[in-house]
Design a binder for this molecule. Structure first.
Ligand code: NAD
Length: 419
């Protein structure tokens, strides 16, 4: 078994022990409703035919249709997809969306394909998974290596085989095709929302010093919005460059530059020569109040957890903290808002997109942001009520897992076992 799946199962069993889950429910929740694997042909631009491996895993559908991204990456493997499908079940449950968890992927390096080949691959893979996806069954979304254009092709392929347009079959579509306003910024915005809720009694994020690792869809947007909320973002980084300014970096300008295709290094060289270049590792141990790891998994480890100076860590990336680092943070009284809560803003606005598609409605960006804030704040309150800050007997990660598992178990129990 790959470490990623072993880790997901270990975390589940720890939480299951703490909520005294019965053995048969453990078996149920560590099983996968559907594991669909396919090998399918794609015609390449030179007329040759190449075979590809694709997979779609539905973990648990007790709370509703399953939901999760489609990943195109050379490293996609079954265990990884299973672990991520399970994570989606907990993520949807913790923010109380009426969805279960799923994930899928194709083993391919998307950058090695032409746009035409990518479209052929997407349309053929979609046609292979048509029996298991659908707006009432399983709803894919973009993930690593896929984007709104890929979702548009998936939606079109599904719709063509049914004879009419079915926008609710995928989320993360281009706005012109029924994608939701606010979806692009949703994960970063949700990070700010939970942060504000956590600090509500202490004046919010305004005036705090913040370090953000990663400057893409999650980190870049979070860094921009956190600054706009009045914090000083003193450290930011992308894969090549880390930047520091003691008075705060103009993350709005930097993100606008990066969105136009630039890099942090080029932005600094052209517009912000007073910003210092520092080592990437320094961002994680920066002298700040809040750290947002929003790039990669397993960056906070036994090796650097002791040197982290932030008092609050808000996990933008999936799985940035190893269990060893988590134990050190707990010991040191550093609060971690866990990934399944902190980065759930993306799937929450995907849910709004699905609702809009089902009702042929268009919500304004203001409405999307308000509803997102309401859901994120409520989820934070429910989780933190299970583990009040300052009690050293539990962590917000444990509490989030308990809430998620209990909600899925409640749905299973109310539905009963068919027949
Ligand atoms: P992205 O590709 O848009 O951005 C990734 C960023 O991380 C880039 O700026 C890249 O340069 C940077 N990066 C890569 N290696 C780095 C390193 N060693 N040090 C510093 N920066 C580094 O990806 P994203 O969508 O922002 O996703 C980031 C993380 O958030 C992933 O773990 C992803 O699974 C998770 N996530 C994303 C969403 C979403 O809606 N996009 C939702 C939930 C979770």
């Amino acid at each position: 078994m790959e470490p990623i799946l072993a880790g997901a199962l270990a975390q589940f069993h720890e939480a299951a022990d703490q909520v005294s889950l019965r053995d048969e429910l453990r078996d149920y929740l560590t099983a996968f409703k559907t594991v669909f694997q396919t090998q399918f042909p794609v015609e390449m631009d030179d007329g040759s035919i190449r075979m590809f491996d694709g997979v779609r895993v539905l973990h648990n559908g007790a709370r509703g249709p399953t939901k999760g991204g489609i990943r195109y990456s050379a490293h996609v493997g079954l265990d990884e997809v299973k672990a991520l499908a399970m994570l989606m079940t907990w993520k949807c449950a913790v923010v109380d969306l009426p969805f279960g968890g799923a994930k899928g992927g194709v083993t391919v390096e998307p950058a090695s394909l032409s746009s035409n080949e990518l479209q052929n691959l997407t349309r053929r893979f979609t046609s292979e998974i048509i029996p298991i996806i659908g707006p009432d069954k399983d709803i894919p979304a973009p993930d690593m290596g896929t984007n709104p254009q890929v979702m548009a092709w998936m939606m079109d392929t599904y719709s063509m085989t049914h004879g009419y347009t079915i926008p609710g079959v995928v989320t993360g579509k281009p706005v012109a095709l029924g994608g939701s306003e606010g979806r692009f910024e949703a994960t970063g915005r949700g990070i700010l929302d939970v942060m504000q809720e956590h600090l509500r009694a202490h004046g919010g994020v305004a005036g705090r010093r913040v370090a953000v690792q990663g400057f893409g869809n999650v980190g870049g947007v979070a860094a921009k919005l956190i600054r706009e909320a009045g914090a000083k973002v003193t450290h930011v980084s992308d894969k090549d460059t880390a930047l520091f300014h003691r008075d705060g970096i103009d993350t709005s300008a930097a993100y606008a530059f990066v969105q136009r295709g630039g890099t942090l290094a080029a932005w600094r060289d052209q517009f912000a020569r007073d910003v210092e270049v520092v080592a990437g590792a320094d961002v994680l141990t920066a002298d700040v109040d809040i750290l947002v790891p929003a790039a990669l998994e397993t960056v906070l480890t036994e090796a650097n957890a002791g040197a982290v100076r932030a008092l609050l860590i808000v996990e933008g990336a999936n799985g940035p903290t190893t269990p060893e680092a988590d134990a050190i943070f707990r010991e040191r009284g550093i609060v971690v808002i866990p990934d399944i809560l902190a980065n759930a803003g993306g799937v929450t606005v995907s849910y709004f997109e699905w609702v809009q598609a089902r009702q042929f409605q268009r919500w304004s960006e203001d409405r999307v942001n308000q509803e997102l804030q309401r859901i994120m704040a409520r989820a934070y309150q429910v989780v933190s009520a299970r583990c009040p800050i300052g009690t050293r007997t539990c962590t917000l990660r444990q509490a989030a897992n308990w809430v998620a598992i209990e909600r899925v178990v409640e749905a299973i129990t109310l539905r009963g076992i068919y027949p």
